[in-house]
Ligand binder design. Sequence first.
Ligand code: SAH
Length: 343
Amino acid sequence: MKSVLQDKSPEEISELVLAAGEKPFRAVQIFEGLANGKKISELPVPPALRAQLTAAFEDEPVRIAETFVSRDGSEKFLFELADGNLIEGVLMRYKYGNTQCVSTQVGCRMGCKFCASTLGGRIRDLTAGEILGQVLAVNRAEGGTRRERKITNVVLMGSGEPFDNYDNVVKFLRLLTREGGLAMSARNISLSTCGLVPEMRRFAEENIPLNLTVSLHAVTDGERARTMPIANRYKIADIFEACAYYFERTGRRYIFEYTLIAGENADEAHALALAKLLRGKPCHVNLIRLNAVKERHLCAAEERDARAFLAVLEKSGISATLRRSIGSDIGGACGQLRAKFLS
Ligand code: SAH
């Protein structure tokens, strides 16, 4: 595989352009052209420079291989990387705009029992430009440009654990928010982690005030470890401390994801315990009923129980939302689509 030009910052592209003996403004044309979703072979630069670039870099590092449209309007994309690996992403349409969910790794090694992404382990990390390339490809497919974006929000909630690919993910976030590129506000970006505490603390110091989201899914360390092996390494109390530090550094409240699994974490006692655990914290809870994965023997909580769970949180003064399940007819949950294609 050649390198990925979309990995590069405007400064890095400038160095390349100057080394090739070209004028500095070519760097701007390249960065902006890529931000418009162009392939290298389509960039508006002199043919000699284009030829030099295509010799060294992948012309289209992230290609939309398949698109699936759900009855609810969401779209699932299967992307092919230059080395043939497959990743997936979802575009969800809301009243306020379109949210794209991106993958950060091919597969995942965190081993959560309810998640399809982890079935085959981690194959490799994505580069910053491969994460960005998913947004660029979908924005272009939707008819967007860098100035007239069709993607209003990005969530790092596809396959992979973002903080297990820390450097590439931080670089991606800097590229995504960069002027001259898609210039997305960090406030419109959500990053979900299974709770890698040292990386959460490190991220608090990067000065990227996004919506930090932590997959909690349990109220005690022991119960958490039943579905999330990472709970054997980091305690819920340490996750809370890292969240508090993020709030201290960025002023951003944080979010907990809580997937409701029948017979596991979804009854009233769990709701009360969760409310007690979170009381007084500047946080929000996103409840979602499990999107059952065929390879895993876990069932979603009933809709009625999910509503009751939400009511307990609200009554206790905890800010919470029960998320609609989106795209269940198109393998909307992490890793489901790729798993289907590999099997
Ligand atoms: N690795 C990161 C981000 C990817 S998963 C993390 O763990 O947070 C994004 C969210 O979807 C996480 O909260 C994850 O726990 C949840 N999730 C994974 N599989 C799911 C499923 N089958 N049903 C519902 N939520 C799921």
